[in-house]
Write a protein that binds this ligand. Structure first.
Ligand SMILES: Nc1nc(=O)c2c([nH]1)NC[C@@H]1CN(c3ccc(C(=O)N[C@@H](CCC(=O)O)C(=O)O)cc3)C=[N+]21
Length: 285
C-alpha cells in the first residue's frame, strides 16, 4: 500500500504556484481572493482561516469578510456585488453551508462566473459537463492532481464515486470521465453498494458517512480516495475505514492529510488562473 500524501503533493504544487505568483507580481499582478464567512460554524471558521493562511504564504492578496449569523440574504448579495466589481479580487468564495434563511443557489449565482473559483456557478458546472471547463471545483481538481502526480492510469479504468453532491461527487465523476475513465455514481439509495465498489479500480468515497467503505468493499490493489470529513468523538474521520482498507488498497488517502490540503491548494490554483485570465482580457499579460 502506498500512501497518497496530500500534504506532500500539495507542498509541491504550492511551490510551483509560489513561483508563478512571484512572476505575476513582478508584472504588477497580485492574485486576490475574497472569502466570505457567515455565522460562526466552528469547522467552517478553521477552514476559512486555513485558506487565508495559504493565501498569505503564497504572497497573494486576501480579504476575509466575517458576517454575523443574522446577516440577511440581501446584505450578503450586496457584499458579493461589491467584490464582483472590485478589480483587486480575482476569486470570490462564500463558505458553505449558509444559515437556513439564505438561499445557497441565489448566492452561488450572484458570483460572476469569471470570479467563481469554487466552480459552483451553474455556468461553470455546465461547462465541465460539456467539456469546456472554466473553473473546476477544487476538491475534484485536487483529486485529479493527486492521481496524476502518482501516475495513476485513469484511461479506460473503472471509477466508482460514492456520493452525488454538486461540490464533489458529480464534478469528480465528470472530470474523470473527461480523462476517459468508465464512471459509475453510487449514493445512499444504491442497492448492494458493495457490488459496485468492489469493481472499482479507483474508488472515490464522498458520501459524508463515517467509515462507510469497509475492507470487503474494496478490490485488491484499488486506488482509494477518501473525501469524508466526519467528526466522530471529536476526531476527524473519513468515509473509509482506513486502518483495515489500507491492507487491500494499492494507494489510499489518509484523513486528515489527504484530499483536504489538496482542496485548498487548488483554490489557490484557480485564483491564480483567474488573475491571469482577467488580466489577459484587459491586455496586461
Ligand atoms: N464555498 C466553499 N468552498 C469549499 O471548498 C468548502 C466550503 N465552501 N465549505 C466547506 C468545505 C470543506 N472544505 C475543506 C477544505 C480543506 C480541508 C482541509 O484542509 N482539511 C485538513 C485538516 C482538517 C482538520 O484537521 O480539521 C486535512 O484534511 O488534512 C477541509 C475541508 C472546503 N469546503
Amino acid at each position: 500500500m502506498e500512501l497518497l500524501n496530500g500534504k506532500e503533493i500539495s507542498g509541491q504544487k504550492r511551490e510551483e504556484l509560489f513561483e508563478e505568483i512571484t512572476r505575476l507580481k513582478n508584472n504588477g499582478i497580485t492574485p486576490g481572493l475574497a472569502v466570505i464567512l457567515v455565522g460562526d460554524h466552528p469547522a467552517s471558521r478553521s477552514y476559512v482561516l486555513s485558506k487565508q493562511r495559504t493565501c498569505k504564504e503564497l504572497g497573494m492578496h486576501s480579504v476575509l469578510t466575517e458576517l454575523p449569523e443574522s446577516t440577511t440574504e440581501a446584505e450578503l448579495l450586496a457584499r458579493i456585488g461589491a467584490f464582483n466589481q472590485d478589480p483587486s479580487v480575482d476569486g470570490i468564495l462564500v463558505q458553505l453551508p449558509l444559515p437556513p434563511h439564505i438561499s445557497e443557489r441565489k448566492v452561488i449565482e450572484a458570483i460572476i462566473p469569471e470570479k467563481d473559483v469554487d466552480g459552483f456557478h451553474p455556468l461553470n458546472a455546465g461547462k465541465l459537463f460539456t467539456g469546456d471547463p472554466a473553473f473546476v471545483p477544487c476538491t475534484p481538481l485536487g483529486i485529479l492532481e493527486m492521481l496524476k502526480y502518482k501516475n495513476v492510469d485513469i484511461k479506460g479504468k473503472r471509477v466508482v464515486v460514492v456520493g452525488r453532491s454538486n461540490i464533489v461527487g458529480k464534478p469528480v465523476g465528470q472530470l474523470l470521465l473527461a480523462e476517459d475513465a468508465t464512471v459509475s455514481f453510487c449514493h445512499s439509495k444504491t442497492n448492494n453498494l458493495a457490488e459496485h465498489t468492489i469493481q472499482a479500480d479507483i474508488l472515490i468515497a464522498a458520501a459524508g458517512s463515517a467509515k462507510l467503505v469497509t475492507k470487503d468493499m474494496v478490490k485488491q490493489g484499488a486506488v482509494v480516495i477518501d473525501v469524508g470529513m466526519n467528526k466522530v468523538d471529536g476526531k476527524l474521520c473519513g468515509d473509509v475505514d482506513f486502518e483495515k482498507v489500507k491492507d487491500v488498497a494499492g494507494m489510499i488517502t489518509p484523513v486528515p492529510g489527504g484530499v483536504g490540503p489538496m482542496t485548498i491548494t487548488m483554490l489557490m490554483n484557480n485564483t491564480v488562473l483567474s488573475a491571469k485570465r482577467r488580466k489577459a482580457v484587459k491586455g496586461a499579460v
